[in-house]
Ligand binder design. Structure first.
Ligand code: ADP
Ligand code: ZN
Length: 734
């Protein structure tokens, strides 16, 4: 046995080694030697050899594995970059643990900016030294006048300002009139000014903002629900909280569910703070993203607005997170690491010991219950801003006033559109279905066009002349004859998509300007932005759109919203079907009447008695939440119980099923969880892979991760074509 001091000596003789987490699907950090003279600390971003390659990694916390010193490889480079903070490292470990994902995969989400680990290159600039040139010309005199302030100028900037060619400046530089200095790269966005232009708040907004600022001024973690009807000005109210945090010198993260929303949001932010926030989502060019990443970790970018992946930005000194439209399903990531950005935002806030604001007109039931039970604070805005009134909502009972043959819009809604157009206002027709028709069949033999790779119908897109699969992208030209029986001209489109509604509107209103908006629009997000601008300016009369138009936009002339098929999402076996429908339809009808004009919403349904429809027209959201809460509690569903889903997929069904059964028999006995399946997933075939599902259901307090881990530890390992996806708190049940 060695005593302590011997032990210490022994330690010192060994090469220094540290754990390094590499951004790959690895379960734990690897051990690397730290070369003499190199300094690292937990969080340092380094480069390490891994097999034949060099990869980046992060020096991690905890003990290193016992590795034979001779086999130990050394860190090859330490980047000149601030380390990931301890709270960030904890956050990565936390998510890995919660979602049962390899920590390396989670770390990868935080390190998606490979060129940002080196400092940004400095930029050359010219500064007047005071030296006079040998000979003065007019041009030279102008240059001297402009540059005599001693400020740093770019060559082209100075040439432009003085109205001379760059060669004039080169000549002066040669004579020692200018020296070249290196300046740090300019910030990606200017510093927001909390005092720049404060909106005049209504009384209700003011008291909401005061309460919010008071809550976030207290030290530590707070979770606040900002619950305000559409158009109540939630953004203006949380801007005051942001101003407060900026005054404290801290950084702010704002999460938005939809990229299409960011453009108008950036503008609003700039109007309030004099500079836009940093932008982070998949549409931002990689070079700009890298600059944002670097300036976030340097503390230079103060506010970032972005999609869910912005949650993994390495803030130096984060002071507040805002999750706008917190109920939005787009916050759930459903591949690789299955995480919910709203839930993880709350986790990150707790680990950083800072406040988080969840804003919504229709909070998720989870958040609603948290607020009811006092775990979250709540601020309510019950009125629309200024003279804007909420739209009058009513139901169109399709059993009593059905559409004309071949159509999908009831005469009542057609009439309302006509009156809207007569007043030179805009109408929105909402249908959450892309394309022309969701199903095509042959009237002679009954053949249905199905995707060869997926268990789905092929959706007709008439503008493109294609039938396509919305899961794998498979497509064919539209057929003229049935591939099964060969009969010509007997293929029929069943059911409507947005394109078909556009056709129907064209027939009724041939002179109206009709725009179709959906996520598969040609021209992508740039085109979408242009179209949204055009609508806001009144350059369209009828807008037909999917859920893309439901979110956040302000269209001043829009006074009528028609919901084509309110029942669409109600019967899909999802425990959140009612909640989702309520949220989506509240939001979409909330597009109407945002600037004071009288407005209305007409909701077409075959189920006018359904609680969702009743809640919508009565405006009594509380009643709906109360009922939904009781239902969920009775069924022990989230947030009162816990769910996890395990999707087992393989190239053939027997392989997937056998694996599912083996996992099932490996599940711990005597636990409070019940295990359903393996059964064919509702989407049983996707991209040629057969999918089986295990569903785990149990009480809230029990450790569902532990249960699943045990199952995988004792169960069979993945072989061959098998793939496993674990989804804790699933939002999708396909
Ligand atoms: P919400 O997010 O609650 O639906 P918004 O924050 O988008 O509402 O506000 C709705 C509209 O009202 C926006 O066009 C916004 O600019 C305007 N608005 C809200 N509050 C004010 C205010 N205090 N002063 C000026 N305009 C406001
Ligand atoms: Zn397919």
């Amino acid at each position: 046995m060695m005593n302590d001091s011997q032990n210490l000596l022994f330690e010192e003789a060994k090469p220094r080694s540290v754990p390094v987490l590499v951004p790959m699907p690895v379960d734990r950090p690897f051990t690397y030697a730290v070369p003499d003279g190199v300094e690292v600390e937990p969080g340092s971003i380094v480069q390490v050899p891994l097999g034949p390659r060099k990869v980046i990694g992060v020096v991690w916390d905890g003990e290193t594995d016992q590795v034979d010193a001779k086999k130990l490889k050394a860190i090859s480079e330490v980047f000149d970059c601030p380390p990931l903070t301890q709270s960030m490292r904890k956050f990565i470990d936390w998510i890995a643990n919660y979602t049962i994902s390899p920590p390396g995969l989670v770390a990868r989400m935080a390190l998606r900016a490979p060129a940002a680990f080196d400092p940004e290159p400095k930029i050359p600039a010219l500064r007047n030294t005071g030296q006079m040139p040998e000979r003065l010309t007019d041009a030279r005199r102008r240059v001297l006048e402009h540059s005599s302030d001693g400020m740093a100028w770019s060559k082209s900037g100075l040439a432009h300002a003085a109205g001379v060619t760059p060669s004039v400046i080169d000549g002066l530089t040669k004579q020692g009139v200018f020296e070249t200095i290196m300046l740090p790269a300019p910030p990606v966005v200017a510093k927001p000014d909390p005092e720049y232009s404060r909106a005049e708040l209504s009384d209700e907004q003011m008291s909401g903002a005061d309460d919010l600022v008071e809550i976030i001024s207290e030290e530590g973690f707070h979770s606040v629900l900002l619950d305000g009807v559409t158009g109540s000005g939630k953004t203006e109210v949380y801007f005051e909280a942001i101003a407060k945090v900026l005054e404290r010198g801290q950084q702010v993260l704002i999460l938005l569910p939809e990229i299409a929303l960011t453009a108008s949001f950036l503008k609003r932010f700039e109007d309030r703070f004099g500079a836009p926030p940093g932008e982070w989502h998949s549409d931002v060019a990689p070079k700009n993203r890298e600059r944002v990443w670097r300036q976030v970790i340097d503390g230079q970018v103060r506010v970032v607005a972005g999609a869910r992946s912005a949650l993994f930005l390495p803030f130096e000194n984060l002071g507040l997170i805002v999750v706008d439209e917190e109920h939005d399903p787009a916050y759930k990531q459903q591949d690789r690491v299955f995480y919910h950005a709203r839930d993880m935002a709350v986790v990150r806030a707790r680990l950083n010991d800072i406040p988080v604001i969840l804003a919504s007109a229709t909070p998720s039931l989870e958040t609603h219950v948290n607020a009811e039970q006092g775990r979250y604070e709540r601020i309510v805005l019950s009125k629309r801003f200024s003279d804007a009134a909420l739209p009058d909502l009513s139901l169109v009972d399709l059993r009593k006033t059905p559409p004309k043959r071949g159509g999908f819009i009831s005469p009542i809604l057609i009439d309302a559109v006509r009156k809207t157009l007569e007043r030179e206002e805009q109408a929105l027709m909402f249908l959450n279905r892309r394309g022309y028709a969701p199903l095509t069949l042959c009237r002679v033999c009954g053949h249905r066009f199905q995707c060869p790779n997926c268990s789905t119908w092929l959706v007709e897109h008439r503008f493109r002349g294609q039938i396509q699969c919305h899961h794998c992208g498979y497509h064919e030209r539209v057929h003229e004859s049935c591939p099964e029986c060969g009969t010509f001209d007997h293929l029929v489109a069943c059911g409507p998509g947005v394109e078909r509604i556009a056709e129907e509107m064209d027939q009724h209103f041939p002179d109206a300007r009709v725009i179709v908006l959906s996520s598969d629009m040609m021209g992508g997000s740039k085109r979408l932005r242009l179209e949204l601008d055009a609508i806001a300016k009144g350059e369209a009369d009828i807008i037909i759109g999917t859920q893309l138009v439901a979110k956040g936009h302000n269209f001043p002339l829009m006074t009528l919203v028609g919901v084509v098929d309110a029942d669409l999402g109600l019967s899909n076996g999802d425990p959140r079907a009612a909640e989702r429908t309520y949220q989506l339809l509240s939001q979409v009808t909330g597009r109407a009447g945002r600037t004071g004009r009288k407005s209305s919403g007409l909701i077409q349904t075959y189920q006018p008695q359904h609680p969702v429809m009743q809640a919508l027209v009565s405006g009594d959201g509380d009643l709906f939440y109360e009922r939904e809460t009781i239902e969920r509690e009775r069924a022990n569903l989230p947030p009162f119980g816990r769910l996890a889903s395990i999707i087992i997929s393989a190239n053939n069904r027997p392989e997937a099923e056998a694996h599912g059964k083996a996992l099932r028999s490996a599940a711990p006995q005597g636990s409070p969880f019940s295990l359903l399946g393996p059964a064919d997933a509702p989407l049983a075939l996707v991209r040629g892979r057969h999918r089986m599902r295990l569903l785990i259901h149990g009480p809230k307090g029990a450790d569902i991760q532990k249960y699943i881990r045990q199952m995988f530890e004792t169960g069979p390992k993945e072989r061959g074509s098998l793939r496993i996806q674990i989804d804790i708190d699933p939002q999708s049940f396909l």
